[in-house]
Design a protein around this ligand. Structure first.
Ligand SMILES: [Zn+2]
Length: 215
């Protein structure tokens, strides 16, 4: 696996990874039909293949859950004591819509896991170095969260607007009470030798990020 969180190696039974370009995909990873929304599903409740959604949660031994990305942020959450894990597909639309707080709400409602019980990791994604966006993107964030948070990750350079989604998600998760948040891996668009970048390559492949508990 291309990237991971070193400290999570100490959590018994946890397996995870942020995949790179062309990497072999591990077997039996459940994914969703990603639609850039804020729907969170528990893998134990999935009845229909190809269900639409952008985040999966699991506590089931033997279940691996994943998201496909190529510039969007793959986010993984772990509650080491409760043994619950989640994976989120966070593009700008889903992030502006609140996919991260939606996942935290599901973890609390279904598993009694609070943000303070969680650790988060934000995987390889397009950075503020490369991700030029329009004013409508900034407006979408400002319409949901207060202005200090909504401005996180946006920077203007030479009259153009750039977004670093990981900076926003890190600020949002911290504001919601997640105490430990790591970044794993570089900007996808700067590193197309090892990562797929939808923007830089005008399409192409996607890498898989996944997490789960051994059976
Ligand atoms: Zn870059």
């Amino acid at each position: 696996v291309a990237w991971g969180v070193g400290r999570w190696g100490g959590i018994a039974g946890l397996e995870h990874g942020f995949g790179g370009r062309g990497e072999a995909v591990p077997a039996d990873v459940t994914t969703l039909r990603q639609v850039h929304g804020r729907r969170v599903l528990d893998v134990a409740e999935l009845r229909v293949a190809d269900s639409p959604g952008d985040a999966l949660v699991t506590s089931a031994p033997g279940a691996r859950i994943g998201v496909w990305t190529a510039d969007c942020v793959p986010v993984q959450l772990v509650a080491p004591k409760a043994r619950v894990a989640a994976v989120l597909h966070c593009g700008w639309r889903g992030s502006a819509a609140g996919i991260a707080p939606a996942a935290l709400e599901v973890l609390e409602a279904r598993y009694g896991v609070f943000p303070a019980d969680l650790e988060a990791a934000l995987g390889p994604s397009i950075g503020g170095c490369c991700y030029e966006v329009g004013e409508e993107v900034r407006a979408a964030f400002a319409s949901r969260v207060d202005s200090d948070l909504a401005g996180s990750g946006f920077r203007e350079r030479d009259g153009r607007l750039f977004l670093d989604l990981r900076t926003f998600l890190l600020a949002e998760l911290a504001a919601l009470g997640v105490p430990i948040i790591e970044r794993a891996g570089p900007c996808t668009a700067c590193h197309t030798d090892i990562l797929y970048s939808y923007r830089r390559e005008k399409g192409g492949g996607r890498q898989l990020s996944w997490i789960g508990w051994q059976s």
